[in-house]
Design a protein around this ligand. Sequence first.
Ligand code: BT5
Length: 321
Amino acid sequence: MLRQDILQLLAACPGNYISGEIMSQQLNVTRAAVWKQIQVLKKEGFEIVGQTKKGYCLLQTPFSLNEWVLKRALTTTSLGHRINLEDELESTNVRAKELARQGSIHGQVVLARRQKSGRGRLQRLWESPRGGLWLSVVLQPNLSLADASKLTLAASVAVVDAVEELFSLRLGIKWPNDLMFNGLKIAGILGEVVGEWNAVQTLILGIGINANFPRKQLSPLLNATTLLEILKVDVDLNILAATILKHLEKQVISLEGKAFEELRVCWLERAVSLGEEVRILRGEQVIQGVFKGITIDGALLLETEDGEKSFSAGEVQLRPT
Ligand code: BT5
């Protein structure tokens, strides 16, 4: 595509000017055609300056999601090598599930700049305004169904590590997979198995991060924050997505190598409320105890008056006291 060829030329010498004449010769199109594509790129958020004598210079790629920028930022070998980016979707997990049923491959990534009907666990609503990172990955790992839940633990660790690498910001994981900053939720993870696991072995891992929008765009009832609120600047969502995929790929490979205990330890190092008195809600029932850790399958271990008990993520909710 001409637009991408122009980008390739501009990106090859960042900060330097390339004349429209040279570009049109190299790409075998008119200078007017080059100019037209430059205008489209500017609309997409590429900061390009043009000077009559010197030509065009790429100063900055967009921070909003852009397939070309994301692909350039990817360092993975399998995750993200097929990308489906839409301006708006009901839910990236729903789209990823459709693609998985049509036979999409391991590592396919679905992104939307906005979700109209983002989902949390148990069909809860996930608010997804423009500026967030709403991403789903199709995974067909070499793991059994019994080990599938470990991938959501792995995803939490991957998000914490990516955010720390990029912004020196340490998030905490609230069991089972909420990502928190100062007691406020900044990201969530939703893992869903598609079809018969043993036949197709497909898991959709949805990751939602409140990034480049102010807290006030979310319902006031939520206990939430955003990266913009904390860092006071917009972040490059393409770099964020690529860095998460890099850490996630590392975690998936290590799980395939049966490094379950390593993952459990990594998860605990990033956990919040560990060793603290917490409450567990099971329907109407409230159980109190000390949060001792998690099992290898991610079940929560609680030291109660009646001894140590374990709870799976599906049956209970954790509430710090
Ligand atoms: C989650 O569920 O935390 C999983 C969220 C996963 C979202 C991603 S976005 C990409 C992909 N596509 C999807 O459709 N989903 C995934 P859960 O633990 O059930 O938490 C849901 C609860 O979090 C809601 O009931 C609200 O209380 C709260 N919540 C909703 N939107 C939020 C937001 N943007 N930030 C913080 N909290 C929110």
